[in-house]
Design a binder for this molecule. Structure first.
Ligand SMILES: Cc1cc2nc3c(=O)[nH]c(=O)nc-3n(C[C@H](O)[C@H](O)[C@H](O)COP(=O)(O)O)c2cc1C
Length: 374
């Protein structure tokens, strides 16, 4: 089931997997799909470790790297990473500390806090163009990385130029057709049309509406992948029918045993219904679809301080999230996940998901073929 985008990036199946977890990326890639490692949560040094591992565990196949290059962010955050924490206002920190203390979540140990600071200083979560450029330089030293994808705006011209000059395919996420237009004009070759159903940073247009719009914008200038809410092979068939050349999934991998989540975190996902996610600025300062919990909702309380701009909200959120995970508090846990979380009920494996998607897609085409001939 190869489509032209598979030829372009070097994979056998039009199933693209976004994950921050290298085990998922490797397993999808080995199964014939195309794994893309989310690099926005690691430092450049850690990214090198992850990519060296992926080179070893992907049977020589190509895989991708994803970075966040926000077009809007707090310019004060372009300081050396070790100075970022100091930019978080004390009042915001006190507010979140108060919420967690009230809920009985203990503070982190000094060692754990020191580790967070060390990671931050090393450039972890560098959600600024400068931070992303450092990650890109690491990605470019790994020849198996055949595509780099960016999100949160059209990638800057120098980034596109450098990637394309080195033969690396340029992809970008878009949530509106007019964003797709800008991205194609910027030289993006693969457009990931991501509907509001998706986990992570997302807009407000549904996948079913967005994909045909982006396909129309792309014409023969770019390839389109459908994203947002896709967990079933019939949706792969529908995406291909709408003119996309494949699907790009994120949430579905969170329920696999390869994912980075702890058992208690996976259980929260299995217990979350379709309508149990919200789009909130709580995690990064930009709207992220995530599991609804006290941690996603506190900023909506009357009298709560306003969200901080990107990337400062993330600095604040990361410590709170680490406290909730350490305390294994499922009731407070919130994580990016899309509406398709309602389709996750029990642990599975990456290979099973990839196989199931193909089988269900073939069944869907058979059904539709029978209707077309009747
Ligand atoms: C846990 C999680 C983290 C995500 N982080 C990023 C990210 O750092 N960069 C990015 O481009 N997309 C990110 N996304 C969005 C995915 O790339 C993808 O578009 C989305 O998951 C597709 O919709 P789905 O979640 O319904 O499958 C994330 C998604 C999830 C579920």
């Amino acid at each position: 089931m190869r489509t032209p985008v598979c030829e372009l990036v070097g994979c056998d199946l039009p199933v693209f997997a976004f994950s921050h977890c290298r085990d998922v990326v490797a397993a999808v890639t080995r199964a014939g799909g195309y794994g893309v490692l989310g690099a926005s949560t690691v430092s450049p040094v850690q990214l090198e470790v992850e990519l060296a591992w992926l080179d070893e565990h992907t049977d020589g196949r190509s895989y991708g790297v994803d970075v966040l290059i926000p077009t809007s962010y707090d310019p004060r955050a372009e300081v050396p990473p070790e100075q970022l924490e100091a930019l978080v206002p004390a009042g915001h920190r006190a507010f979140l500390d108060g919420v967690l203390a009230e809920a009985g979540v203990p503070p982190l140990t000094e060692d754990a806090r020191a580790q967070l600071r060390t990671d931050l200083a090393a450039g972890r979560g560098g959600m600024t163009p400068a931070g992303a450029r450092k990650l890109l330089q690491v990605a470019l030293t790994h020849p198996q990385v055949s595509m780099v994808v960016s999100a949160l705006g059209a990638p800057p011209a120098d980034v596109v130029e450098e990637l394309r000059a080195k033969g690396v395919v340029v992809g970008a996420l878009c949530g509106r057709a007019r964003h797709a237009e800008k991205q194609v004009a910027a030289g993006v070759q693969v457009l990931v049309a991501q509907g509001t159903e998706a986990g992570g940073h997302t807009g407000d247009v549904a996948t079913m509406v967005l994909v045909p719009e982006v396909v129309a914008v792309a014409g023969d200038r770019a390839h389109v992948l459908a994203a947002g809410g896709i967990t079933h092979g019939s949706q792969l068939a529908a995406s291909l029918a709408m003119g996309a050349q494949g699907v790009w999934c994120g949430t579905v991998w969170l329920g696999t045993r390869e994912s980075e989540l702890d058992d208690f975190e996976r259980q929260v996902l299995f217990d979350t219904p379709t309508e149990g996610t919200v789009r909130r600025r709580a995690r990064t300062g930009k709207p992220v679809r995530m599991v609804r919990s006290e941690l996603s909702e506190v900023w909506e309380r009357p009298g709560a301080p306003a969200h901080l701009p990107t990337p400062l909200q993330g600095v604040l959120y990361n410590e709170a999230h680490a406290r909730v995970v350490k305390a294994r508090r499922g009731d407070l846990w919130s994580f990016p996940a899309g509406q398709s979380v309602g389709a996750l009920h029990a642990e599975t494996s990456v290979a099973d998901v990839v196989y199931r998607l193909q089988l269900e897609c073939a069944e869907a085409f058979e059904r539709v073929g029978a209707i077309a001939q009747s």
